[in-house]
Design a protein around this ligand. Structure first.
Ligand code: C2E
Ligand code: CA
Ligand code: CA
Ligand code: CA
Length: 284
């Protein structure tokens, strides 16, 4: 293997070769995979930090590849974005997830409405059919817009002009929640937040990592405290990602965060798992 010298030697690197071949193979297999139904969705619960109740779930897509087994989104979402397949794939994810939300609501109507969070890639945001597609999915499934939350990354909205924000504003006016995902990783101007049609901040895992030990890093605590205060002053709810321990959950609760998501509560899993979690929750 080479150590330095630049791209000239890259083709002689067998591992890089294999990666490129796999990437190419996966890219060409993507469209047929959607037709064949090789994608599936796992759901990870969103838990209210105050009372521990399950409030909803984030939909996370996976690909059951006939040769490579289950592939995570980091392996194929960038390829789908590159080829444009992300638009039909994203539409499929949204429809499946909203149908699932309806099923949860039908079963747990009294236990409080369960909501569904769906990730939107920047390509979907730029696609002119976004609002229409969303409206049609909600109509087809008979689900009210307040059951849906669309997650858009902070980096996708940095420097966004009005043309890009317009569809999000439309959706927000309809009652769909917009969450700013991976917040804190994009170096955005905090004052800019006021301009965005978002109602939820999702604090990136990099902030919660420093709270795995008790007592937590005091600088991390100060930063999260400041973000929560700012968010609440702008009427935004704060969700924290990557909560892996009870100590983290407790510190984030004390800091005033609203909801949490992470392995401490549940790993992403099949939809039946949400039924069980919500049932346990409703029972006690
Ligand atoms: P994300 O939106 O930041 O999603 C959270 C990721 O953190 C998920 O990885 C989840 O499994 C993982 N996670 C959750 N709790 C914990 C925890 O306690 N500890 C740790 N270490 N990790 C945790 P996943 O499922 O591999 O998804 C990766 C990314 O792929 C997502 O990051 C999202 O950006 C993207 N993605 C997933 N599904 C979709 C989709 O349907 N459409 C689009 N456009 N992107 C998607
Ligand atoms: Ca997300
Ligand atoms: Ca995130
Ligand atoms: Ca993240």
């Amino acid at each position: 293997a080479k150590s330095a010298g630049g791209n000239r030697f890259e083709l002689a690197d067998p591992e890089a070769d294999a990666r490129a071949i796999t990437r190419h193979g996966l890219t060409t297999a993507l469209p047929a995979a959607l037709d064949r139904g090789e994608f599936f969705i796992e759901y990870q619960p969103l838990v209210h930090l105050g009372d521990g109740s399950v409030r909803g779930a984030e939909a996370l897509v996976r690909w059951l590849h006939p040769q490579h087994g289950v592939l995570g989104p980091d392996r194929f979402i960038p390829l789908a974005e590159h080829t444009g397949l992300i638009v039909p794939l994203g539409r499929w994810v949204m429809e499946q997830s909203v149908r699932q939300a309806r099923a949860w609501r039908e079963r747990h109507g009294d236990a409080g409405p369960l909501r569904i969070n769906v990730n939107l890639s920047p390509c979907q945001l730029h696609h002119p059919g976004l609002v229409q597609d969303t409206v049609e999915i909600l109509e087809r499934t008979g689900v009210t817009p307040d059951a849906l939350c669309l997650e858009v990354t902070e980096s996708a909205l940095i420097g966004a002009d009005d043309d890009l924000l317009k569809p999000l504003r439309r959706l927000a006016e309809m009652g769909v929640d917009i969450a700013l995902d991976d917040f804190g990783t994009g170096y955005s101007n905090l004052a800019n937040l006021r301009r965005l049609p978002v109602s939820v901040l999702k604090l990136d895992r990099s902030f919660t990592r420093g709270m795995q030990q008790f007592p937590a890093d005091p600088v991390d605590l100060k930063i999260v405290e400041g973000i929560v205060a700012l968010a609440h002053s702008l009427d935004l709810a704060v969700t924290v990602e990557g909560v892996e321990t009870g100590a983290q959950a407790e510190q984030l609760r004390v800091l005033g965060c609203d909801t949490a998501q992470g392995w401490y509560y549940a790993r992403p899993g099949p939809p039946e798992r949400l039924h069980e979690l919500a049932l346990v929750d409703a029972a006690g």
